[in-house]
Design a protein around this ligand. Structure first.
Ligand code: CUA
Length: 156
């Protein structure tokens, strides 16, 4: 009765896989719940994020003396808004999230570089001390048009 023995092995194997799967899920949930060291993130629903404030109206908002809040949305394959004008010397608090997959947010020539994770509001603060045009690039591979994904920040 070899068939019977194989069935038993497969049954044990199946249960073992289920246990492993549940353990991985459990660890995953735990890891998501834990605050990353030095990070500052908030949970958000990527499906509806572009319909609810503040992500329904992305852009620059003045919050203080030459201090701004930049609400941005990353998606395959671009950023919203497409272009932003920032006064020289402004401190900008970026709040950015993704509507779909993981994107990047990097401004070459500065230390601005972060991952844009869907389901989370990713924060970063930067002071634009010199005038010029800055390109914001996606540095996380996100699909066929990843190379084209960019937006501009004009500091003047
Ligand atoms: Cu978005 Cu690469």
């Amino acid at each position: 009765m070899h068939i019977h023995r194989y069935e038993k092995i497969w049954l044990i194997f199946g249960i073992a896989m289920l246990v492993v799967f549940l353990a991985v899920l459990g660890i995953g949930t735990f890891a998501r719940g834990a605050e990353p060291p030095g990070g500052h993130r908030h949970a958000v629903d990527p499906e509806t994020v572009d319909q609810s404030a503040p992500f329904n109206d992305p852009g620059l908002k003045k919050i203080g003396d030459n201090e701004y809040e930049a609400t941005m949305l990353a998606f395959a394959f671009g950023y919203s808004p497409e272009k932003m004008e920032i006064p020289v010397g402004a401190t900008v608090h970026f709040n950015i999230t993704s509507k779909d997959v993981v994107h990047g947010f990097q401004i070459p020539g500065t230390n601005v570089n972060m991952m844009v994770v869907p389901g989370e509001i990713n924060h970063l603060t930067y002071k634009f001390t010199k005038a010029g045009e800055f390109l914001v690039l996606c540095n996380e591979y996100c699909g066929v048009a990843h190379e084209m994904m960019q937006t501009r920040i004009i500091v003047k």
